[in-house]
Design a binder for this molecule. Structure first.
Ligand code: TXE
Length: 483
């Protein structure tokens, strides 16, 4: 049994009340670790450590911070296999995905923001008429909280920590209690990377206890959160009266729009990927597939055939393409949505059940890749985020009809459009409600671009300059040099 510890002031510590929460291995359902059930007293300790570290860290040159963050990036790369194995075991995701996407992305996040701070410039505004000049200082906020979810644990944790630290803030991070392992392993690399004690603190524990105590703490200046929309709303409610800065990256119910003039093979294979990567537990997954009616039947048949060839099972096997869902409660939620879809009149065209797997995995949290058709665009199955390997297929005839369907949901995170018609692509990109539009591709990411959603998908943007701006306070200085 692995016992995870908090990381406060450079030390690995048990929670002050000495109680722990269980961690289960999604592939088998077996208990394999325990994670601190931290509370306000642990948050207080971390705030104290962060406060003491702030002067040292914010007073360092950009080059010094760059070097330390680059060291962390190199260390994650050196430990890639170990971290990928831990991520796969903790989340149930295929080891191949952890090795090719999750951990390399954590390496890149630190590398990207380490170099960003070396190029981060602030504005200057000249007023020749009155002989004055303004320049804007971009100063660190102070102590910031980074709260991350269970679907892409190290990937999303580092996406928040790296810009916060690069900009000179000190951080208290709270990874998901469901998948704490890689954050724990990261904390073990901090000393070797040269990060001074207290600059990064990691508090483990349940959202309503440890997470909420962090959000409520008056010394926390900003909260960067990724997770469910309901939790985002709760955090916003607590943060608003204290006038804290918030960045909320929440759920999605993203349309994948396929026109008959598309590159058929690419659209088809990417639609399968966008539906079932990480068992559909990515906020950017294309879970509502809209297909032009003229080729709906052909597309459906080929989609189902491709899905039937996906290899589902033991996440630790290199050949596995679909692993387990991350928790038993989440698996139950996904299965309940399949039931709901059937009650709403949906036809399950593939999957829809728990797959039969070898006995050692019989208590794991598996759901077969599922596709459902014959549902109205405005039914609950098509409106609510399922966040699992479940997609719907819906035909459309015109662009107007498609826009009605695509924009009918309360979410607005991402959308994918498949067409060879450039004018149509631009036209729709303008009209679809989403913070991120992919045309003839999916999940192609440039870390410099703004990342985030509109409507119930969140507030604010991450990535590139947006993240550096979020984690800094602009202060304008106006100097009149004339008489
Ligand atoms: O996430 P939570 P849940 C969606 C997805 C999923 C649903 C609920 O639809 O089914 O959200 O998932 C911490 N104060 N996404 O409930 O609770 C929590 O400990 C402060 C989409 O598992 O939002 C964890 O660290 N923190 C999503 C983090 O919030 C709190 C990824 C996220 O957990 C807290 C995950 C509180 N009161 C789920 N309550 C995406 N956008 O990618 C919880 N937390």
């Amino acid at each position: 049994m692995i016992r995870i510890e908090n990381f406060i002031n450079g030390l690995h510590l048990p929670p002050r009340v000495n109680s722990y929460l269980p961690c289960y291995e999604p592939a088998t359902g077996a208990l394999y670790a325990e994670v601190p059930d931290s509370g306000p007293e642990d948050v207080d300790l971390a705030v104290l450590a962060a406060e003491q570290a702030l002067l040292i860290w914010s007073g360092m040159s950009q080059a010094q911070r760059h070097d330390i963050l680059m060291n962390l990036s190199y260390l994650i790369k050196e430990n890639l296999n170990k971290l990928a194995q831990a991520e796969s075991r903790d989340t149930g995701k295929p080891i191949k995905l952890a090795k090719q996407v999750d951990i390399p992305r954590a390496v890149d996040n630190f590398k990207f923001f380490a170099s960003s701070i070396m190029h981060f410039a602030s504005e200057s505004h000249h007023m020749p008429g009155v002989q004055a000049i303004n320049y804007t200082l971009r100063q660190p906020l102070g102590i910031v909280a980074c709260i991350s979810p269970w679907n892409l644990p190290l990937y999303l944790l580092s996406w928040k920590i790296a810009p916060a630290l690069a900009a000179g803030n000190v951080v208290i991070a709270k990874p998901s209690e469901v998948t704490p392992m890689t954050a724990y392993l990261l904390s073990k690399l901090c000393k070797e990377a040269g990060l001074p004690p207290g600059v990064l603190n990691i508090i483990h524990g349940a959202g309503p206890r440890a997470g909420q105590a962090l959000v409520e703490h008056p010394k926390i200046k900003a909260i960067s959160f990724t997770g469910g929309t309901a939790t985002g709303r709760r955090i916003a409610k607590i943060a608003a009266p204290q006038l804290k800065k918030i960045s909320l990256e929440l759920g999605g119910k993203n349309p994948n729009i396929i026109f008959a003039d598309c590159d058929y093979d690419k659209a088809l294979s990417t639609a399968v990927k966008a539906a079932y990567s990480n068992q559909g537990q990515i906020c950017l997954c294309g879970s509502r597939i809209f297909i032009e009616r003229s080729f709906y039947d052909r597309f459906k048949a080929d989609f189902v055939e491709k899905v039937s060839r996906l290899r589902i099972g033991d996440p630790s096997k290199a050949s596995t393409q679909v692993g387990a869902l991350t928790s038993a409660s989440h698996r139950d939620k996904v299965l309940a949505y399949i039931e709901l879809a059937i009650q709403e009149g949906g036809h399950v065209i593939c999957g829809g059940e728990v797959p039969s797997l070898p006995s050692q995995m019989s208590n794991g949290y598996y759901v077969a890749p599922t596709a459902i058709e014959n549902l109205s665009f405005d039914c609950r199955t098509n409106q609510e985020e399922i966040f699992g390997p479940v997609v719907t297929l819906t035909p459309f005839d015109t662009e107007e009809e498609l826009l009605l369907y695509a924009n009918s949901v309360s979410y607005g995170l991402s959308a994918t459009i498949w067409t060879a018609d450039v004018s149509r692509a631009h036209r729709l990109a303008e009209k679809v409600d989403a913070g991120i539009i992919w045309v003839n591709c999916w999940l192609l990411r440039d870390l410099r671009t703004p990342f985030g959603g509109m409507k119930d998908s969140g507030v604010g943007r991450e990535g590139g300059l947006e993240a550096m701006r979020f984690f800094t306070e602009p202060k304008n200085v106006c100097i009149q040099y004339g008489a």
